[in-house]
Design a protein. Structure first.
Length: 166
């Protein structure tokens, strides 16, 4: 009987295999954390790439006075498709889509014709996190450049004529 009690006591104090049990418990948690970090970094990288694509498309289209062919890889909207609260810096302004909005009219008067380029992509979520496709869209709004009305020589000639009339 004493031999059995000694055996039980020795098993209770035996620490062999404890590290393996801890590893078996923590390994799935570490795998989930690693998968979450990878998914988050892939989503962030895609968002940064889409923002760069939208910026490139907006600048390429705006430099040609928003006329002609639109760059591939983006969708375009005439006017500023951005939320007016972002432009105004005030979360209470909610009338970006209202064409009769005073703020929108002032911005259009000052900035002139504008365009919004949008680029979007999808990121696949791991099955552990519910799977499926998550759409990432980024937008960039710019004012269009004015069309070149004169060549440099014509502009100089017009300037000279205006001074000659004094």
């Amino acid at each position: 009987m004493e031999n059995k009690n000694q055996k039980r006591r020795s098993l209770l104090h035996d620490e062999r295999g404890a590290a393996m049990v801890e590893a078996a418990i923590l390994l799935p948690i570490f795998i989930l954390i690693f998968g979450g970090v990878m998914y988050t970094s892939r989503s962030f990288e895609t968002a940064v790439k889409q923002q760069a694509q939208a910026r490139h498309c907006a600048w390429a289209y705006a430099k040609n006075a928003c006329d002609g062919d639109q760059p591939a890889g983006c969708t375009f909207t005439e006017g500023s498709d951005m939320d007016s609260s972002v432009v105004a810096g005030n979360q209470d302004v909610q009338a970006a889509d209202d064409e009769n909005n005073f703020f929108t009219k002032i911005v259009d008067l000052i900035a002139g014709k504008s365009t919004t380029a949008a680029a979007q992509s999808t990121v696949t979520a791991p099955n552990v996190f519910g799977g499926g496709q998550n759409t990432i869209e980024r937008k960039n709004a710019l004012s269009c450049n004015e069309k070149i009305r004169h060549t440099f020589g014509q502009a100089l000639e017009a300037a000279w004529d205006s001074f000659a009339n004094f």
